[in-house]
Ligand binder design. Structure first.
Ligand code: GUN
Length: 313
């Protein structure tokens, strides 16, 4: 198996000649591990300076309802990131039978708790609970996920506010490596409330021409072939064929899929896409850690602490 080493990590399957350097056609890596570490350092430094100056340490309530295995893994990782960032995590692990009224009562309590600056309710919720009612019950000032209608409205209107973590994290990742969306044709595949829609808005705000593709898009290949920046956020392996990628495109893969052999992969064939792309984000180690680091950034900001954007060394 051919492999390249980058930042002490190995990327398998790239078309390269053994013992030869990477050719100019091989994509550079949008390294979410490196950039999320820089974000967490920046958040941590800002929080410690704030606490040293007599400010309150930010607190994040992390609410998990039920025992969905994937959600449990994500929540554990978020709680670990709180430790790295100097944020006080308060854990609420509730049984799957928790009623909507009980969850709303907890959110109300957290909304009025001065030690809590951010409230995160892990999605998806059990079927008997209305997710929209829950996300809109969180005080907009503590909506560190950026899912509240108020937060999304402010984003749409280009007003400052708490921004959804995955799209904001992707913008941080691109900016860190000097990749600008200004005047470029950006294609977002997927129109979910959490990623696709706010992603389009973020890119639009940076001056991009944005196309959003979704399940009713008639000729996905056509749009992908015309993408200068391509964000794939569907969660379906192979939804975009790597052959469609045009030379020099920037590829951001938000999908996380588990193969039969247990390996985690993105929505696109990384090795084949990397032969043509100028930049590409790997899975794992791309967008996932950026989402979590941005959650920490949002929590610090919800506590009134400004966090400088990390810059490449
Ligand atoms: N489920 C999948 N992604 C997310 C996320 O970013 N936040 C929350 N709260 N739940 C999720």
């Amino acid at each position: 198996m051919l492999a390249i080493r980058y930042n002490n990590r190995t990327f398998f399957g790239l078309k390269t000649v053994v013992n030869m350097p990477i050719t100019s056609q091989t994509a550079k890596i949008l390294d979410g591990l490196e950039v999320s570490a820089a974000v967490l350092t920046s958040v941590h430094e800002a929080i410690e300076a704030h606490v040293q100056a007599g400010g309150q340490r930010p607190g994040l309530a992390v609410v998990l309802v039920g025992k969905d295995p994937a959600s449990s893994i994500y929540v554990r990782a978020k709680r670990k990131d709180c430790e790295r960032a100097g944020i006080q995590a308060r854990d609420f692990d509730l049984p799957a039978e928790t009623s909507q009224a009980e969850l709303l009562a907890l959110i109300d309590k957290l909304n009025h708790d001065d030690n809590i600056h951010g409230v995160l309710v892990q999605l998806p919720l059990p079927d008997h609970i209305d997710e929209v009612a829950i996300t809109n019950a969180i005080s907009a000032s503590k909506d560190v996920d950026g899912f509240h209608a108020f937060s999304v409205g402010r984003l749409a209107l280009r007003q400052p506010g708490l921004r959804p973590c995955t799209p904001r994290g992707i913008m941080t990742l691109l900016n860190y490596y000097g990749v600008s969306a200004m005047a470029r044709h950006c294609v977002v595949v997927g129109a979910s409330n959490i990623v696709g829609r706010p992603m389009g808005l973020e890119l639009l705000h940076q001056g991009a021409t944005v196309t959003t593709c979704h399940r009713f898009t008639r000729d996905l290949e056509f749009y992908v072939r015309h993408a200068e920046i391509l964000v794939i956020a569907v969660g379906k392996r192979g939804i975009v064929d790597a052959d469609w990628i045009r030379e020099g495109t920037v590829v951001v893969d938000v999908g996380i899929n588990r193969l039969d052999n247990g390996k985690l992969v993105g929505d696109i064939d990384f090795a084949r896409a990397a032969e043509k792309a100028a930049w590409i984000s790997p899975v794992p180690g791309g967008v996932g850690p950026m989402t979590r680091a941005t959650l920490m950034q949002n929590t610090a900001e919800a506590a009134g602490i400004q966090v400088p954007e990390p810059k490449q060394a």
